[in-house]
Design a protein around this ligand. Structure first.
Ligand code: ADP
Length: 257
């Protein structure tokens, strides 16, 4: 593997009080720095801006109103990057902030610009940290629960920079044959060769019964990345050492080959 995209879901980034989980960011940074000894090019797609910002605007929890969320995201994004920067600095690494929208991917000039910039940053050994530009697009923010559209963004990014592997860090061990938070007997699927209708419906069932579950958007993202020639893994990010375990071929999570 030459180029790796790591997508961090909100569930693992946020702690129980809905603010950023600083311990998680610390151990993620350590794991990424460790993996970087084997894989030079690592790009992070990170959510968490609203969670990092709502307190600064006096909210006691994440607001429900979209415009409020945008305000929180704008404040929180700066803080989020600052935290990453602080943690990566301990390993002698620099980070870069890249805000991007899905629409940018429909424009070939913008795609090229983004690709060149990210590639150049990687040549410098910098860790680009990408998030949706929530000021102009609210796809990620409009979901009431945390399952947002950064799954999709991470697949687009993987395609854009020609990544070999997209690792989606979630709060579950991978893709199960049915929703594990509803069915205790759900079984983890270790290897997926085809993403078909059966698999999509196994992932589509959400806890609340509203909208699609978080795994649905991950499967769609996986399909997109695979079509772009990028392998995909879904692993439990609560233990960030799973990143290096997955890369060294240990049977953690779900591998889309
Ligand atoms: P993240 O913040 O990591 O992106 P999501 O909430 O979007 O997390 O997605 C993970 C959630 O998807 C799990 O916690 C689980 O409740 C739900 N889910 C639904 N169906 C499945 C399935 N078949 N396998 C695994 N998780 C599933």
């Amino acid at each position: 593997i030459e180029t790796l995209v790591v997508k961090i879901g909100s569930n693992i980034l946020l702690s129980e009080n809905e603010g950023l989980n600083l311990d998680f960011i610390r151990s993620l940074t350590e794991s990424v720095a460790d993996v970087q000894r084997k894989i030079k090019n690592i790009v992070i797609v990170s959510s968490g801006a609203v969670g990092a910002g709502f307190r600064h605007l006096g909210f006691s929890s994440r607001p429900k109103n979209i415009t409020d969320r945008q305000a929180c995201a704008a404040i929180g994004q700066a803080r989020l990057i600052w935290l990453y920067e602080k943690e990566f600095e301990a390993f002698g690494k620099s980070v870069a902030q890249i805000l991007i929208t899905k629409d940018d991917f429909a424009n070939s000039r913008r795609c090229l610009n983004a690709r060149y910039a990210i590639r150049r940053l990687l040549e410098f050994g910098v860790v680009p940290i990408i998030n949706e530009n929530d000021t102009v697009v609210v796809d990620e923010l409009k979901y009431f629960e945390s399952f947002g559209d950064n799954d999709n963004l991470s697949a687009l990014v993987a395609g854009l920079i020609g990544a070999d592997l997209l690792l989606i860090l979630s709060d579950v061990n991978g893709l199960y044959d049915k929703n594990p938070s509803v069915y205790p007997d759900a079984k983890l699927i270790h290897d997926v060769q085809y993403i078909d209708e059966n698999l999509m419906s196994a992932a589509g069932e959400s806890v609340s019964g509203v909208g699609t579950g978080g795994m649905g958007s991950k499967l769609k993202a996986a399909k997109k990345a695979l079509n772009a020639g990028c392998h995909v893994g879904i692993i439990n990010g609560r233990d960030t050492a799973n990143i290096s375990r997955f890369i060294s071929g240990e049977l953690v999570g779900t591998y889309f080959s």
